[in-house]
Design a protein around this ligand. Structure first.
Ligand SMILES: *[C@@H]1O[C@H](CO)[C@@H](O)[C@H](O)[C@H]1NC(C)=O
Ligand SMILES: *[C@@H]1O[C@H](CO)[C@@H](O)[C@H](O)[C@H]1NC(C)=O
Ligand SMILES: *[C@@H]1O[C@H](CO)[C@@H](O)[C@H](O)[C@H]1NC(C)=O
Ligand SMILES: *[C@@H]1O[C@H](CO)[C@@H](O)[C@H](O)[C@H]1NC(C)=O
Length: 438
């Protein structure tokens, strides 16, 4: 999980810029193998999986988080503590100009674009705003509050996403205030939830986060990554808890190295209220059953820190929706995107602070498939754990990583022609990579 919380911007790039538009406007932007004046940090070395290559295309950004393409093929980057910038590409495929669209040092992660590309959404901890956007001119106007009154403290990113098939809806994720935020057992606290707002009916002054809109799940500790599958159903990737123990029979055992697992959750159709409970702050996901010796668990099962006479692990199994797949504890998922045909979800793992040896600091690929009923589902069974995905781009010597010394992947987006992914890294020196099959 992730201590400097953050949230993100998600919209399927394919809905923003169709391939035919792209070929007309920007045929075959080359994939550069280096960019003039952009030099790699000496702090760490990367490796890519067989068949994959990467190029550093930008440095010196202020903590880049949400990234996406506009309808003119410009890359928009939400730079935390600075604002929103637009970047154009030269004939060599490298960035050849940068323009500040919004200067606001409260912006810290959230970025989304309406499917028609004409409305931008950005967020700070307490507030989400819309802006009219002219992609050709790269100008914004008409700042408007769309959601207000969000919890100001705790996990402070507010991931934003607009469903490609429901351009009037805005999804806003809000994490817990602290590691174990006990009041969030009531979803009305307005934390550890994902909510949806109909922006065709925004009240003057914006929606009140806690009391308006509908739910897309609760008991979600910090669902930073929100990802649309091929049916525009929403998957959430959750940053789970730190320092957990298992307290049974008067004995407390430290289980935190590989428990609880981070979670890939199915949240479903954002146009309908989902009032299911995903377990937080009571039920957690087993990442390593071997250290919980009082009971036989499988990876992906729900467990309690301290079961009691009226609420125990079996109650969790009954009441809490478990993740569809578990991700290594403390790896801190930040963003995710599917590939063109929805056969893989790519997820950025920002990296750990509560695990020695360290983990994360990489981009992973989670294979998906389409079931007979047309729904999308991970290929791996629920109890697969880390066998359910593989590393695509990683920091060498991952186990000794720290936030100051390694890749810190945050926002991920595909180029509109799916020839390459862009991956932001918000470490000490903000960076931008492309990642592609070579
Ligand atoms: C960037 O490159 C594009 C494509 O070659 C070109 O049209 C544009 O004028 C360039 N912009 C700058 C600021 O150099
Ligand atoms: C048992 O655990 C549940 C869930 O955490 C809690 O609500 C309840 O107060 C606990 N009961 C006792 C007697 O501690
Ligand atoms: C999806 O695309 C990949 C790469 O282009 C290809 O290898 C794979 O067969 C495709 N899968 C489906 C189900 O179309
Ligand atoms: C890898 O980590 C170990 C343990 O911290 C350290 O001793 C070693 O120098 C590191 N190697 C590289 C290449 O960074």
């Amino acid at each position: 999980m992730h201590w400097f919380a953050a949230a993100l911007a998600v919209i399927g790039a394919r809905s923003v810029l169709g391939e035919s538009d792209l070929s007309a406007r920007q045929a075959a932007l080359p994939i550069p193998t280096s960019c003039p004046g952009v030099t790699a940090s000496t702090r760490y070395k990367l490796s890519a999986a067989a068949g994959w290559k990467y190029t550093l295309v930008g440095t010196g950004m202020s903590k880049p988080r949400g990234i996406l393409f506009d309808t003119e093929g410009h890359l928009l980057v939400l730079q935390a503590g600075y604002g929103l910038t637009a970047h154009t590409f030269g004939a060599d495929g490298c960035i050849n100009s940068t323009k500040t669209l919004i200067q606001n040092n409260q912006l810290n992660h959230g970025l989304a674009l309406s499917p028609d590309g004409k409305t931008l959404y950005v967020s700070a901890a307490p507030t989400a705003w819309s802006w009219s956007y002219d992609a050709k001119a790269m100008t914004v106007s008409g700042q408007t509050v769309v959601v207000r009154g969000m919890n100001a403290g705790g996990h402070n990113t507010r991931t934003l996403a607009v469903p490609p098939n429901h351009p009037n809806l805005l999804i806003v994720s809000l994490g817990s205030d602290g590691n174990i935020d006990q009041p969030t057992v009531q979803k009305e606290t307005g934390r550890a939830i994902v909510k949806v707002f109909d922006l065709s009916k925004t009240p003057s002054g914006g929606y009140s986060y806690n009391t308006q809109g509908w739910y897309l799940g609760y008991g979600l500790r910090n669902e930073i990554a929100l990802v649309f599958d091929g049916n525009n159903m929403v998957w959430g990737v959750e940053n789970s808890g730190d320092q957990l123990t298992r307290n049974v029979g008067g004995k407390s055992v430290d289980v935190h190295i590989d428990n609880p697992a981070e979670e890939l959750n199915y949240l479903g159709d954002p146009s309908k209220s989902n009032e299911k409970w995903y377990g937080y702050p009571t039920c957690w996901t087993v990442g390593d059953p071997s250290v919980i010796t009082d009971k036989a668990f499988k990876i992906g099962d729900q467990f309690m820190i301290a079961p009691n006479a009226t609420f125990n692990d079996a109650t969790c199994a009954e009441k809490s929706v478990p993740p569809r797949l578990s991700i290594k504890a403390h790896s801190a998922p930040i963003d995710g995107k599917f590939d063109r045909n929805f056969t893989n979800m790519y997820v950025s793992l920002h990296g750990s602070w509560n695990r020695q040896p360290a983990t994360g600091y990489k981009v992973v690929e989670i294979p998906f498939r389409q079931l007979e009923d047309g729904s999308y589902d991970p290929v791996a069974p629920r109890d697969s754990g880390v066998a359910g995905y593989s590393d695509i781009l990683w920091t060498q010597n991952e186990s000794s990583c720290s936030s100051a010394t390694c890749l810190r992947p945050s926002g991920i987006t595909w180029h509109p022609d799916f020839s390459r992914m862009y991956v932001a890294s918000d470490g000490t020196v903000g960076e931008l990579y492309i990642l592609y099959k070579g």
